[in-house]
Write a protein that binds this ligand. Structure first.
Ligand code: ASP
Ligand code: MG
Length: 428
């Protein structure tokens, strides 16, 4: 008997029929003799609809009330799911985040989990019940208010429950079959990975892969939680996310085949580039610029500083950030132009970022050469480059991104034999 945590995304519980289908899957797991804890997202696009509604009654909704509103989405799905399970003759109990002991800090809309005390869940399990928990929400001890964890937060709920209850596995169900070597909508020959290292998964999620939320992957890595990302709509195995150094009785042994050098290619069209032109090339200017940007709340990703022109002793500094942060960052920089002493600002939201991720990069040379060669053969110009130990990222024109991803995928030998079946999935 294992303890299994299952997370079902919004697309898996979009309507009554889907809820019954999920209930059946949960009951089947229980029938197989396992203890089951379920974290569930709000039905379909409920969260977006609630956000929209809030925007209609207030231009900037009060954060506390917004969390009260958004957390109701998951309460609806958890209760319906428990009812559906009852009607199949099984005992199920639903719990809100606060009843489940999901303790967070007090940051509305982006709360961090600080403690998980699943006392009531353990009791319910001991009494033979299936446990259903509302995803994405918690409770702050300081303010005694309901919080939410940020968009996609139900993944984190599931992983945190799995860690606290010492579950054998955390199964994350969505409308895609698992983690692919690339987004199949961009690279049709992408293959499903049987297994991916948690460190690689972290880099893939941070660089555009949307199936798992980065905070959930981080949490899982820190607490040693085994994740199995799989589809609600097909019975097959998905992708196991596990540290390369770790093993689990549940995870099939890797074949005799050596670990691939590159695990996958991630693409991201959500970033913009800001260039600060004519920055005096003296110590302290980069610090000034990025202090201003950080204060504006923007999350800077890649940074490039050009060689300064000898004649002017001025240089250009470019950086990327989420498109949604660009306007605020630009305004903040423009406000301090004379203090910093730069000449002008250029905003470019037509960029695309391509990343190649693989733990094998640590020990193999020539990985970047393959990338640059593939891009050069495609005639794609590289605008920025950044690397980590197990990742190489480049910024290219957004219109070139899909073509570049396909060629790079082929160059690393990642192509599958046939086009991947895409169930028009969102990964949620
Ligand atoms: N319902 C929330 C959202 O749509 C949380 C989640 O789905 O994980 O972001
Ligand atoms: Mg959702």
């Amino acid at each position: 008997m294992a303890l299994i945590v299952q997370k079902y995304g919004g697309s898996s519980v979009a309507d009554a029929e889907s809820i019954k289908r999920v209930a059946k899957r949960i009951v089947d797991t229980r029938r197989a003799g396992h203890e089951v804890v379920v974290a569930v997202s709000a039905m379909g696009d409920t969260t977006d609809e609630l956000l929209d509604l809030a925007g209609q009654v207030a231009p900037i909704p009060a954060p506390r009330e917004l969390d009260m509103l958004l957390s109701s989405g998951e309460r609806i799905s958890m209760a319906l799911l428990a009812m559906a399970i009852h009607s199949m003759g099984f005992e199920a109990r639903s719990f809100t985040g606060s009843q489940a002991g999901m303790i967070t800090d007090a940051t509305h809309g982006a709360a961090r989990i600080v403690d998980v005390t699943p006392v009531r869940l353990r009791e319910a399990l001991d009494e033979g019940a299936i446990v259903i928990v509302a995803g994405f929400q918690g409770f702050s001890r300081d303010t005694r208010d309901i919080t939410t964890l940020g968009r996609g937060g139900s993944d984190t709920t599931a992983v945190a429950l799995a860690a606290a209850l010492k579950a054998d596995v955390c199964e994350i169900y969505s409308d895609v079959d698992g983690i692919f070597t690339a987004d199949p909508r961009v690279v049709p020959l992408a293959r499903k990975l049987e297994r991916v290292g948690s460190e690689e998964m972290l880099e893939l999620a941070a660089n555009g892969a949307k199936v798992l939320y980065i905070r959930a992957v981080e949490y899982a890595r820190r607490h040693g939680v085994l994740i199995h990302a799989r589809s609600t709509f097909s019975p097959g195995e998905g992708t196991w996310v596990l540290d390369a150094s770790k093993t689990s009785a549940l995870v099939p042994e890797r074949g005799a085949m050596e670990e691939p050098i590159v695990a996958g290619v991630a693409t991201d069209l959500s970033q913009a580039k800001i260039t600060v032109i004519g920055v005096p090339d003296v110590p302290g200017k980069a610090a000034d610029i990025f202090k201003i940007v950080a204060k504006s709340g923007a999350n800077v990703d890649m940074i490039v500083q050009n060689v300064s022109a000898a004649a002017t002793a001025r240089t250009d500094i470019s950086f990327t950030l989420p498109k949604t942060d660009a306007a605020t960052a630009l305004r903040a920089l423009a406000g301090e132009q004379s203090e910093v002493g730069f000449e002008s600002l250029v905003h470019d939201d037509q960029i695309g970022k391509l990343s190649v991720v693989g733990a094998g990069m640590r020990t193999h040379s020539g990985v970047s050469a393959t990338l640059f060669e593939a891009l050069s053969m495609a005639g794609v110009n590289i605008e920025m480059i950044s690397t980590s130990e197990i990742r190489i990222s480049v910024v290219v024109r957004g219109v070139d991104l899909a073509e570049a991803a396909r060629l790079v995928h082929t160059a690393y030998g990642l192509d599958g034999d046939a086009e991947a079946t895409v169930h028009a999935g969102s990964g949620r």
